[in-house]
Design a protein around this ligand. Structure first.
Ligand code: SF4
Ligand code: SF4
Length: 422
């Protein structure tokens, strides 16, 4: 493709462009528009630019690349749109075309492609996390410094999963042990599995190491790689799981990606139907916990809790209601209402590596709101948000802790011997 050819978009993307009537209802929901107030940094502005480039009225150049690279891909505009425009379909298609033209639309950090390859190899990724943490204080090349700065101060050590209640067999659940969570937050994985088991889930393993769901690849416009990863996941589930098994993940971005497999593989005659089926089986951890048959009891410790809900969980999976409902029901703790609770924190997959200035600006707004509300602990449900918030709190010398929802709940769980209700 020549650099002056119009932007190539899929039919599905063009259809979405045609749905947009430029009403602007999406503007107040967009974190980058909130920060700059500029139309070019709004969903409507970006859709207009992509449309003009597709029509050949605007060249596919660095200007377009910059406007699109500042978009986090948080999908808040989709949730706010009264016409149901699926913005991310257009964005993904445009980014894919621009990546194919080898434009540096979103990859100013040269380490990002290597990072994406690395997360797919679990052992190597775990080793790299350990190495990266010890290298934080060393003088590093500018391309690596933002990556090591993001790493958690400590990697929590995994504790054992509590045994299931004898004789109890609830719905079959495959816990999707996602790659970043497995390497950096193994305790949160174990805590999630313990609580799911206690609430009546019958955990079903799938042999072999879980692959990557493809979310990070899709985020940066590597759609074909994302499709390959999605196909591999669907094939594993087809081979090893009963069709009514729930797929439960506690990383909002991954859960939203898996729930989108039907759309991602819509043109793949072989994988289309199984992809649709398994996408419908995806549940976020909190949603699954609330739907399981055994209610768990929790006791708070007088903590003021701020929630940073995963934007993909809210806007992509549409299961963002369960985490605040769970948190609001913990006696003894207080869930502090925050205006930014469901708004992207600026992490956005690898957005905070690619666009550190805007990512930090967005984060600062969230953290300042939490400080004003005297938040003691930030609850997160996505590893990218956990890393981004932890780094931000430390940089500001803040006192708040950052904890995954599963670990917070496990620490407050008092019903150590699950009861079968009814
Ligand atoms: S994306 Fe939706 S809300 Fe935004 S301008 Fe278009 S139609 Fe209006
Ligand atoms: S995906 Fe998020 S950052 Fe991008 S235009 Fe939509 S609301 Fe704005």
């Amino acid at each position: 493709m020549t650099s002056d050819a119009p932007l190539a978009l899929s039919d599905a993307a063009v259809q979405q462009l045609e749905h947009c009537n430029k009403c602007g209802f999406c503007l107040p929901a967009c974190p980058t528009y909130i920060e700059t107030g500029l139309e070019v940094h709004s969903p409507r502005g970006r859709l207009s630019l992509m449309e003009a480039a597709w029509r050949g009225e605007l060249s596919v150049d660095q200007g377009l690349a910059e406007a699109l690279s500042l978009c986090i891909g948080c999908r808040a505009c989709e949730a706010a749109c009264p016409s149901g425009v699926h913005y991310s379909t257009v964005l993904e298609a445009a980014r894919t075309d621009m990546v194919q033209r080898r434009r540096r639309w979103v990859i100013p950090a040269p380490a990002v492609p290597a990072l994406l390859r690395l997360v797919r190899h679990r052992r190597a990724f775990r080793a790299a996390v350990r190495l990266g943490r010890s290298a934080r204080r060393l003088p590093l090349p500018p391309s690596l410094a933002p990556l090591t700065a993001m790493l958690p101060v400590r990697v929590d050590s995994a504790r054992a999963v509590a045994a299931p209640h004898p004789g109890w067999s609830g719905p079959a659940v495959h816990f999707v042990d996602t790659c970043v969570m497995a390497a950096m937050f193994p305790t949160a994985n174990r805590d999630a599995m313990t609580l799911l088991t206690a609430a009546g889930a019958h955990l079903v393993p799938v042999p072999g190491p879980g692959g990557c769901c493809g979310a990070l690849e899709a985020h940066v416009g590597h759609l074909e790689t994302a499709r390959q990863l999605a196909r591999a996941q669907v094939a594993r589930w087809e081979r090893h799981l009963a069709p009514d098994t729930w797929l439960v993940a506690h990383a909002g971005g991954c859960a939203a990606m898996m729930a989108d497999y039907g759309r991602l593989l819509a043109d793949d005659a072989h994988s289309r139907e199984p992809a649709r089926h398994w996408a419908s089986q995806v549940r976020d951890f909190a949603t699954a916990l609330a739907a399981l048959p055994i209610p768990l009891r929790f006791r708070g410790t007088g903590t003021r809790v701020g929630l940073q809900n995963s934007c993909h969980l809210v806007n992509g999976l549409h299961q963002g209601g369960a985490p605040p409902a769970l948190l609001a029901g913990i006696p003894g703790d207080a869930l502090v209402p925050l205006a930014g609770q469901d708004r992207c924190c600026g992490a956005g997959g690898v957005y905070n590596v690619n666009q550190p200035v805007m990512a930090q600006q967005i984060l600062a707004r969230h953290l300042a709101e939490g400080e004003q509300a005297s938040v003691d602990v930030w609850i997160v449900n996505n590893p990218g948000c956990a890393l981004h918030l932890e780094q931000g709190v430390q940089a500001r010398g803040g006192r708040a802790r950052v904890q995954h929802l599963a670990t917070y709940l496990r620490e407050r769980w008092v019903d150590q011997a699950p009861r079968q209700e009814g």
